[in-house]
Design a protein around this ligand. Structure first.
Ligand code: 9MR
Length: 382
């Protein structure tokens, strides 16, 4: 029956909830608690989008590609471009100084190459998934910080040369405006080991190092929190745009801005405001990509799956159509299936009422949801 609460409520650790839900996912649909599935047949989102010159892809995890056949099939069906969810982050690639491990990234690259799917790189310089040895090394001073950052960029780009053509060079450099939970820098740039060691010029340095290593790569600055129509997001937009303009004026080799798009249903979305922001970035001569889209449900949403999925799909539709109208050509979701979404795995972003977010195109059973159909309609109509 639609509307029946799907999973145990509060008081249970989220990972336990996830385990229970994983174990009984099939039973849930068998009991009719999931909306009628719309199957997995017919062309995938990437093929539909490709017909209109749009790239659709998603973040993927190497271990799941290897261990879950249905997950692998979903990626084969839907994703034209792959983004390693953590396999190209610093702590995975260089867990100890000078000791690089490309095994997991290689697994994604090989899987993609065998199927003609590109992989984009995420992320060279980021304050998270950044190992303690590197935090300490950067704290030793600017020359050491520059050397450590240069060695990482150089090794990663030379090893992935010709296999990855597009990189998030700097991820999340803009500080959250006041009123956030995250620790704040005084200025408009995020407090990070890179900022502390090298000052604001670390961004420019990273882009120049990447360009020097491989002049043909598309170099992207990726950030979040700029999508919605709130004063907080307006301030974050202002900061990001100001940063991008400074970089362009200083002739820093930046090609594109990635907008993560971790959307939240409890925040208003205004297509005009967002579209204007994308156009302002493009007016600087840059491409704009949607890099990590997913949709966090609000706790006051209806219980019923059909109604929930419809609301999520409406938000996806409003957002993606505004992005496409403003000239975005690449739309990537952060995962494909709700089952493995960070929105259900990370307690900090989970629903407080114990329900599990349904913020990706495919449901727990890998079936296409309303969000999938909303995106398919937009991609077909561009
Ligand atoms: O989804 C990713 C999660 O599995 C990782 O544990 C986490 C830390 O590496 O990063 C998550 O992905 C983030 C992305 O790299 C940058 N933007 C926000 C994403 C969600 O936190």
């Amino acid at each position: 029956m639609p509307g029946t609460p799907s999973h145990p409520a509060g008081g249970v650790p989220r990972r336990a909830i996830l385990g229970t839900a994983l174990a009984c996912g099939t039973a849930l649909s068998a009991r009719g608690q999931q909306p009628a599935s719309s199957g997995q047949e017919g062309p995938g989102l990437w093929e539909i989008a490709r017909g209109r010159g749009i790239t659709f892809g998603a973040a993927v995890q190497a271990n799941l590609l290897a261990s879950d056949k249905a997950y692998e099939a979903a990626f084969a069906r839907e994703a034209g471009i792959l983004v390693p969810e953590f396999e190209a982050k610093w702590s995975t690639l260089q867990p100890k100084e000078g000791e690089f491990d490309f095994t997991q990234l290689d697994a994604i690259l090989q899987w993609g190459q065998a199927r003609g799917r590109a992989t984009r790189g995420h992320a060279l310089v980021w304050h998270t998934s950044f190992p303690q040895w590197a935090v300490e090394a950067l704290a030793e001073g600017a020359p050491r910080a520059r050397a450590v950052m240069g060695a990482h960029i150089s090794k990663v780009l030379s090893t992935t040369r010709l296999r990855i053509r597009d990189w998030d060079v700097v991820n999340e450099p803009v500080a959250d405006p006041p009123g956030s939970d995250t620790p704040q820098a005084e200025g408009e740039l995020r407090d990070s080991p890179f900022l502390r060691a090298l000052g604001p010029s670390y961004i420019e340095t990273a882009f120049r190092m990447a360009r020097e290593q491989d002049p043909t790569l598309r170099l992207v600055l990726n950030d979040y929190g700029v999508e919605e129509d709130t004063p907080w997001a307006a301030e974050k937009r202002r900061r990001l745009l100001a940063l991008v303009r400074r970089l362009v004026q200083a002739r820093v080799p930046i090609d594109a801005v990635g907008i993560q798009a971790h959307l939240q249903m409890d925040r208003p979305f205004n297509p005009q405001v967002f579209g204007d922001f994308v156009r302002a970035l493009r007016a600087e001569g840059l491409s704009v990509l949607v890099t990590e889209m997913d949709i966090r449900e609000a706790s006051n949403m209806p219980d019923d799956y059909v109604a929930r999925d419809r609301l999520v799909a409406e938000r996806a539709s409003a957002f993606v159509s505004s992005a496409l109208e403003a000239g975005v050509k690449t739309v990537l979701t952060w995962g494909l299936v709700d089952r493995y979404s960070w929105l259900v795995i990370e307690p900090a972003v989970g629903r407080r009422d114990g329900k599990l977010h349904r913020g990706l195109p495919l449901d727990w059973e890998y079936n296409r949801k309303e969000m999938w159909h909303a995106m398919a309609r937009l991609f077909a109509a561009v």
